[in-house]
Design a protein around this ligand. Sequence first.
Ligand code: SF4
Length: 562
Amino acid sequence: MVNMRSPEQTERERLEADVVIVGAGPAGLACAIRLAELIKQHREKSGNPELSEENIYVIEKADELGMHSLSGAILDPKGLRELVPDFEKEGAPLDTPVQKDAAYFFTKNSAIRFPLTPPPLRNHGNYVVSLARLVQWLGQRAEKAGVNVFTGFAGSALLTENGRVVGIQTDDKGIDKRGNRKANFQPGYELRAKATVLAEGPRGSLTKELVRQFNLDDGRNPQVYAIGVKEIWEVPAGRIQPGTVWHTMGYPLGAEIYGGGWIYGMQNNRVSLGLVSGLHYADPRFDPHVAFQKYKLHPFVRRILEGGKLVRYGAKAIPEGGYWAIPKTYVDGALIVGDSAGFLDSQRLKGIHMALKTGRLAAETLFEALRTGDSSERTLQQFAAKVERSWVKSELWKVRNFHQGFEHGLWWGLVHAALQFLTGGRGLRNRYRSRPGHEHYKQLKELRGSQPPPFQPDGKLTVDKVTDVYHSGTRHEEDQPVHLLVHDTNICSDRCTLEYGNPCQYFCPAAVYEIVTEGGKNRLKLNPSNCVHCKTCDIMDPYEIITWVPPEGGGGPHYEGM
Ligand code: SF4
């Protein structure tokens, strides 16, 4: 058993399930809904009561369903249609169908419209949605189907025995900052299962552990990520029609940083807007949150927002490595689905449809495992085979080299993208390699130019990180162990200050990492209760000395309507 934060030996209650799903996002809930459906059909057909929907457990670290789910979000409905064929009639919370779309290139002061919207950014037939609301609706369907959904419980450790995953342990509750038990201490549960599904979203902590223990990324490209920083605004009526979808390239990101912006018109004069920045930039002083604030000052964006009101904020990592970065997704007793495995089309900026589809395919594999009593690799490898035969593979294959093409900047990326478009995704060779994001940093001594002065928000259109965190609804129990494990703080105050200028204070979009100077020496100060669970620190620390582990279940952002 690998326990990442166990205070001391503890007697734990053991619960037995058929399947434990970690994470109630679109992938985990699609898996639960489909598996319950198959079990019910089987029972009705065979009259055999041996399998039951009640033996499917979903655990979710958020205090309520959907509250840790964040995306732009535009839903390509094909994954949802396969799961719930009449989803419109069934009341799926689809904010508004896409009415019109366009793409722009931003210079500092102008917006140049592309004469034609590039095919990957065409969204007719899709919906602008709140992912949080969609997840709430899926969760209600799972519960109605008889699945046990537990919110406020984080998966804190994988349970493995003899090279097999046998379940997970949930978080201990009521531990103080020093690791001592408080009066309200409650030990986590041992949830034992015939099969465990990791559906934790991007850079899941148990997934990371599983991949490491079982070498599941052998021969794969390293997963690379972007960070999406998002706000929702209420704007004066008439500024943007619901269903308007605009994507932007260029300013404020320079040609050396991969990414772009989005502006989506929603119902009730709400606008979803955000900036995606590739987490493989060279300048360790780059700040994705500041870049997003500058984005709002662009005349095109300012015109939409001025006189409006910031209502919500969030940030999250996005797995963008594509087909070659997907690890082996099955081991004895476990599967990895959705964003946790990296099923996301980075060219279209879409992953919800793939999360729903891979969750569904996992359910079909798990049903066979339960029916035959064999949840070893021999049965579970069928999941990977099903993915290979599905539209997930064909969509990912066409863009298998897309993201890697941008490793050397925007212009080369566009050349590679054009070549790949003409060659069915191949480009110059069948497989482009990539490097982990943090390896792209240059040291301060290699950078030209002095550091720009700190960005000063105006408090109206632009805000600081702490104000944005307030709008994310983030709350954590204050008296609990720090959930950001910095394995050697001496590196922070000595080497990192000199070599990279402590990039944690810039890349974290929630002001969790602060460098304070005491007695002429820098010291790292942490504000863990601000954390919006975006996972950027786990990805972009130059020395890989930061490990993000789940805080006490129930803590974190509250992405209502996001
Ligand atoms: Fe994201 Fe890490 Fe900052 Fe939390 S501490 S908000 S996970 S970068």
